[in-house]
Design a protein around this ligand. Structure first.
Ligand code: SIN
Length: 181
């Protein structure tokens, strides 16, 4: 149901801190009933087809609220965003709540479903941290994806046990492998 008007897009991962697209408006916002997970493979940004990295998707979680950033964009921007998010993500409609105004809008989110070819799924936190530590791709290191995300979430005041636990686990792995950051 896309037309040529403007659309709200909700970012929960790299779309929060890597804004390489024009937007008309930006608001801290949340989606209710979802939470972040590093369960999606990355063949094209933070890994390669031979050695995929691990990046975010969202999973349904009835009691949680996922804080992120909403952008109002012109229709043309989807050409860029669809290309950027092509590795297993699909656009899906979602209700977005703006933090400051409390306004609710209908928008879109890039969602990686379980049946997509790059899906990796759950694993113990320590194993995900080791995977992230060794992964790199054309957009940079997988560890920077996690560290930049954690920094951005902290700045927003987000409560995200999965991300912050993973950040701590990655720091431990880095201390063990290279004598620290
Ligand atoms: C998003 O940021 O909303 C989608 C996942 C990503 O690109 O990290």
């Amino acid at each position: 149901m896309m037309d040529d008007t403007n659309h709200w897009v909700f970012g929960y991962g790299s779309l929060i801190y890597k804004v390489d697209f024009p937007y008309l408006q930006r608001e801290v916002a949340s989606i209710r009933g979802w939470e972040r997970r590093f369960w999606q493979g990355s063949h094209d940004h933070r890994g390669t087809p031979e050695a995929p990295g691990r990046v975010l998707t969202i999973i349904p979680s009835p009691d949680r609220e996922c804080l992120g950033m909403a952008y109002l964009v012109e229709h043309e921007v989807f050409e860029h965003l669809d290309y950027r998010e092509k590795n297993g993500y699909e656009r899906r409609e979602i209700g977005i709540r703006m933090r400051d105004s409390g306004d609710q809008v209908e928008g879109l989110v890039y969602f990686a479903a379980r049946d997509n070819p790059a899906w990796m799924g759950p694993a113990p936190i320590a194993r995900i941290a080791r995977h992230i530590e060794r992964s790199h791709g054309p957009s940079g290191s997988n560890r920077d994806y996690l560290f930049d995300l954690a920094k951005a979430l902290r700045a927003l005041g987000a409560d995200d046990p999965h991300v912050f636990e993973l950040e701590r686990a990655l720091r431990i792995v880095l201390e063990q492998t290279s004598g620290g950051l």
